[in-house]
Unconditional design. Sequence first.
Length: 124
Amino acid sequence: MARILIIDDEDYVRDLIKEVLLAQGHEFELADGGVAAFEILRKKTIDLAIVDRNMPGMSGIEVVQLIRQNPKTRTIKILMCTGSSMTKEIDEAFAAGADDYVLKPLSFPALLGKVAKALGTAPK
């Protein structure tokens, strides 16, 4: 069982991702942006962060960069969630330190597969 941090400024997206992954037996933390995410990261051990790319305030790219810069959090697996399939934006996510990405609108099988791959497990 992994502890997953879902960072997205849209309540319904956070809840949807949580519901899709709930049957996998994971524990969840939810954050509506970068500031809330780093409050959680200060207090909890996280195995995987699913980060929305486009958020007001601190972008998902900035969140990923800050996770990678901190010795306490740099080993967290990161899955960037983006609505853009543009190669430039995907490359930017990888350059920032994302381990993988999933496109919106979300494909549940793709999301389950990417999470399982990041965690080194098989989906249930």
